[in-house]
Ligand binder design. Sequence first.
Ligand code: ATP
Length: 351
Amino acid sequence: MENKKVVVLPGDDAAPEAMAATMEALRALELPIEYLEFPPGEKWIRGETDAAARAAIDASDTTLFGSTSGKTTSITYLRWGKQTFANVRPARWSKGFRSPMARPEGIDFVIVRENLEDLYLGLEGPISGLAPLNPYSRILRAPLDTSESGVYAIKIITEHNTRRVAHFACELALKRKRAGGKGKLTCASKYNMLRDSDGLFRRIVEETAAAYPEITYEQFIVDDFARRIVASPHELDVVVMPNLYGDILSDAAAGIIGGLGLAPSGCYGDGYAYFESVHGTAPDIQGRGIINPSATMMSAALMLEYLGFDDAGHRLDAAVRKVYAEGKVLTPDQGGVAKTTEFARAVIANL
Ligand code: ATP
């Protein structure tokens, strides 16, 4: 079998420190994988490195990505260029995770966030620019006063993207059910206020779920869902949301299992996927060697499963979780005093 090819983009600020620890653990697994490692974003020669990264991404099976604050530009290509429309963000509590919940045992759900549109296309501008459209407010029952000084932002929900992310979420719920899960899909959006856009999202998800008689379906207005994620997270299984709500509420999901340092993610398209932690670049702790690499490591575990190395993926994920169960070598965000490198060594010892 030919070696799998993985592009490694370590990201910006403190993210490369988490990536270095993750690469140590990946190498310790000794898999038939060729890693093509790029320098951190700070060292990028703008257009040149971006073009090289794009070519490498095209020639690869997948990419492992450290968070970016904008210096590592290839995120745009990984997302829109490779059409990775489903951002999968699991929230599963394990023994030793520093959760603020009284009963975190058994919290195990996955947020599937639409990854390509909604308010994330950067369609913003001065309100005066809307004048030629003569926009009419359904709420005010009047035309918008475009003489006001201010800005607009456009939210896009397409049928195509919603359908494919809904289908992806249903398939995931089915897969989890076959592995002993609840087989439930929850959709959250603001369909009462945004009747056209979020209404379309809700309607398509509902229609898609109706074609899966094996899974149960429920839907909530997103503010009600925000309460439920805190009050009854044990009842959730797979949750599908438009981009913005998915982004915000997956940080909340990370919070209830113990923090951003513990939340992995994968972005999947039809022909490509890449993997990155939910957290940002943690610029406030850059250079201190204390970033928690767990989320990047668990993202790498998802990546190994995607590449077909299921067993190695489970081993890596279990090795990280075991460090928490033992509770001896934890980084400061988890109440410990360990450095990133010490945590990595503890994971490798568990492999
Ligand atoms: P973004 O907008 O990209 O999410 P941000 O700066 O808002 O970036 P983070 O970079 O995720 O958010 O950081 C938020 C806080 O959480 C910071 O104080 C950071 O140090 C902390 N943090 C984030 N990730 C980790 C981690 N892996 N280990 C330890 N602390 C972390």
